[in-house]
Design a protein around this ligand. Sequence first.
Ligand code: NAP
Ligand code: SF4
Length: 675
Amino acid sequence: MTDYPHLLAPLDLGFTTLKNRVLMGSMHTGLEETRDWNRVAEFYAERARGDVALMVTGGIGPNLEGSVLPGAAMMTTADDVRNHSVVTGRVHEAGGKIAMQILHAGRYAYGPKCVAPSAIKSPISPFAPTELDEAGIEKQIADIVSAAVLAREAGYDGVEIMGSEGYFLNQFIVTHTNKRTDRWGGSYENRMRLPVDVVRRVRAAVGTDFIIIYRLSMIDLVPNGSTFDEVVELAQAVEAAGATIINTGIGWHEARIPTIATSVPRAAFAWVTRKLMGKVSIPVITSNRINTPEVAEDVLATGCADMVSMARPMLADAHFVAKAKAGKSGTIAPCIACNQACLDHTFSGKLTSCLVNPRACHETELVISKAPTPKRVAIVGAGPAGLSTALTCAERGHDVTVFDKASEIGGQLNMAKMVPGKEEFHGFVDWYGRMVAEMGIKVELGRAVSADDLDGYDEVIIATGVTPRDPGIPGQDAPHVVSYVDVLRGKADVGARVAVVGAGGIGFDVSEYLVHQGASPTENLPEWMAEWGVADPAEHRGGLAPEGPRPEAPAREVTLLQRKAEKHGKRLGKTTGWIHRAALNMKNVSFVGGVNYEAVEDGGLRVSFGAARENPTLIEADTIVLCAGQEPERSLADALIARGITPHVIGGADVAAELDAKRAIDQGTRLAATL
Ligand code: NAP
Ligand code: SF4
């Protein structure tokens, strides 16, 4: 008897059966663009071996004008068919099924040749699209149909037609982007003609025994988006046109409401999909922030959908489903929804990976094999760098001991988890705890080891992390000046008015911590929806609350300071920086940049501005919190080196500047793979 009867139940599609209810949602990993098809194949095959029922590839362009980027993968030629068949063949050998997503980006295509229903530039693109004429629209349909036919030739089990997230087909549906007056615009019937025609013509071209998933925007989260009646009308028309499954899309890319970030509650939008249940007779998939088998099971058991889509969780752990099936869900590496190594990489033109699992998309290159000679390995530091090294060393057969002077594992992750909106970090630290036990790793906590203690080990790894940087502000020894460490560990009394020194990731985190009171909105869906202004699309077009965001009043008056004159948060994650900025703006945090820290005074912090130190100003504050970055903690490494022992130094102890868990875990895992 399984704990997940709904999740693991097969789904009969008539001409084929899916072995369970998990879809790996489409992710643009950048792998296809490497043109290394063996590597692409191994990425998907690894997930097929992990028992996911059906996978959807990253978006594949049907033509040049519709491709997301110049050079993005397309399905237009016999060569494309040959290349993709390497992937489908490997997935089928592994017992999996895979559908190719056909993504026409419309005005989101990053290039001057982009096309759209109307010539209206998107706020997130520098390129104004060309308005298509009748022949142009016919060409786009023909190209999408042709991509589907070629996908079938390449061995795919189906296609997903991307109709959500504000891409091409979605752009026709809403008046926000479609101002046409011909048969493709105006009435709703006209505006949905394109997606429905596309599905009908794809079905006619591929035959009846081929999966067509239509990804439908169920809540646009943009002005003049669809009403829910329109969503239902489209879903029914898409079913009648021949779709096999309807998948859920949440929010356009230009929406100013977070939809997948870690601060979004788990399964935050499953209620939207549930509204469609019973309105169509084909299976419906729900999506967004579903990251554990428990959440997925609950979503299915409560009738929100017939299937769940999980994308990033399949980066964090390719064997998610297999582990759930084996009753080992506690060992599933959790996706913490940080976006740091996946979407932030995609939007920076880098190959996707995963903070928690650096092997994601590096399956052929970062190979973890049994060590030829088992060794005794000592690791000092039980933060993410030390723990990830320990897990990989143990997997390879080494005898591993981890030491930490703290009384708990997790290092800096234990501070991150205190920040409202970062609750996923609790589960991350807990997972490390379970894995350390599962792998038989010895952990000695409360042990401040010296160089003497490390004699006799074959390998010594120093992962001692960082110490807070001393900004050297005159008067900073005053009692109302505290470190972020004391604040996030709950050891400091913080007053009503606060000046935060340093606007890096931690300055932002500390500010969020200080302006919140009570339970985090991430743990309370109605409160989170009110905070960001999300409404029921059955009541308000696009699901935007007419009164806009309604955040709780800030708990404190916070001023966030930095010396640089640039925009605050510019160096935060590409896909999450705007959310952190918006969240603090909603809590009336003052962003002050270009400052010199002159002195701490009784009433606050005196700053001046610019190289000429002009305009001395007192930032009135009861408490000043120092978040001025980090320095490597290398004293143990230096002591070992002085004795002629060369340890491996990783994580913050190696390079503290802009250290984050992503770099620490990647470095630790890669080192462990070589020992
Ligand atoms: P950080 O990102 O390096 O930021 C340090 C801040 O301190 C900067 O704003 C810097 O700005 C200021 N600073 C540096 N030297 C200073 C000095 N001598 N005196 C006064 N101010 C000084 O470090 P962090 O905030 O400690 O974060 C550590 C790492 O964790 C970063 O990689 C960060 O990205 C990551 N992290 C990320 C997040 C997130 O993405 N949400 C959250 C937490 C941590 P000025 O030089 O302009 O003053
Ligand atoms: Fe999830 Fe973060 Fe990994 Fe992306 S990088 S898959 S968000 S844990």
